[in-house]
Write a new protein. Sequence first.
Length: 535
Amino acid sequence: MRSTERSGGRRARVGLLAATLLGSGWLLAACGGGGGDGQDGGPDGDLPPPCDLLDNPCPAGQRCDQDQACVEAAPLEITTDALPEGRVEFLYRVDLAAAGGLPPYRWELVSADPALDFLSLSSAGRLEGSPAAPVDAGALRVAVVDSGFGGGERVERDFQVTIVTCQEGALQACNTPQDGVCHQGARTCRDGVMSACEALPALSTDRRACGPDCGECDLQVADACAAGACACGQGALCQGAERCCDGACLDTLTHREHCGACSHACAEAVANLAADTAFCSDGACDYAGECAHGFLDCDGRRDNGCETPVGLEDCGQCGTDCLALVTHVPAAQKRCADQAGAFTCDYTGACAADFDDCDLERANGCEAWLQEPVHCGSCDQDCSGRETGELCLSPDAGDPYFHECGCRFDSATYTAEGCPAQGALCCARVCRDGASDGAHCGVCNAACTAGACQAGACACGLDGDCPAISAGTTCLAGACVCPHRAPGTSACPVGQFCCDGNQGGAGGPDKGPDQGCCPKLCGQNNTDADFTCTW
């Protein structure tokens, strides 16, 4: 099966190639031999096996391509005959050429003398590099590989590369000192080497080669080469602190237009001043007076003036950051406002929910949280010192922004929070005086029906009516008392319940049922939790 499939694929490829060559006027020769009996080649009519480089090579004048088909091709050869001569410190570049075989080609550098290490050969055949020293007939071997089957055919060739310092008879301009000045000169290439610089009558005008040693003029004190000597303009070199600027020697320690260096004008370097007060001192620009309106000097440098524009992060003063100072306002509403010539932080629109501007200082935004006792629900509601309660409460779960002053009863400790009076009760979020409040006598919701509330106990009439849940549950001599508290002639202290031991609990004697005066409702006390009844 594999042989049949391979033969079918091979026949299709060959048929396609033959049709292509016949259509273009070419006739493809048979690969790997063939019979003259009109058959396809083999005894069973199959094509010859695909070509390769060893077992089934192509006939002379043909090459085996990547599809393992024999195609007409001339022998592969390198057609570059010799390499040109190069010059030191000039780019050496040669494009090698090849012919025959099956393009495209791939080039390789096989070997080279160490003196030719500067050369590289690209796969496309470009040999290049920058020589730094002469080379006398350095050996070089290159190879070219075509695109035939099995890695392609390979041909190698040897070359020699010579690098010279100069071309014979070439002239090169130079400069050489003579008699204390710099002359123009010339060098001549003799035997591949440049001669020493020979002076010419003309004097140098190049400030890069000037003066008694033909060196480069110091641009600090000279800007020209006049008659072979460094000069400032048409005059002598500048001395001391003076610098050569625009052809004149100037004191750059104090010159306003050339401060510290030529063309460094303080009027341009020191920016955004209220008036032109820039000056030069000790080679650095500085200024007197104030910044222009809308600008600040924030970087600590005097030589560049007022570089920072007033904005949200530098409002009126460096570092006055309105984004941080204006609180509880959306960022888009914060601004730095110019008010009567002075900049200050401000904002537009409304405060964030549950905040307000109570100090009327717009520079700090909406500083007051309306859940604080000092501003409970509004700027005007202060819970401090209120007898009804000093806490700011949010009693309505459906309206989280409604707040009122009051107290809180802690069910864990059975104590009132937020009541200013000592021993007060917190009943329905309102502080009550349990010693005298007839609706909350002794404990919350213990209402006196027959008389007043005195010392936390109700007065009782002839019917002996005392609140069942209270500090005193039994009428004795016109007053409600707790009979379960020895000696049974007084009510429990304010905030405690009178228990008879029938409701359970474990706050009574020997951890028994609640009996006597108990801090929690009867049946809910426990000595292990520090809620012990007294009797």
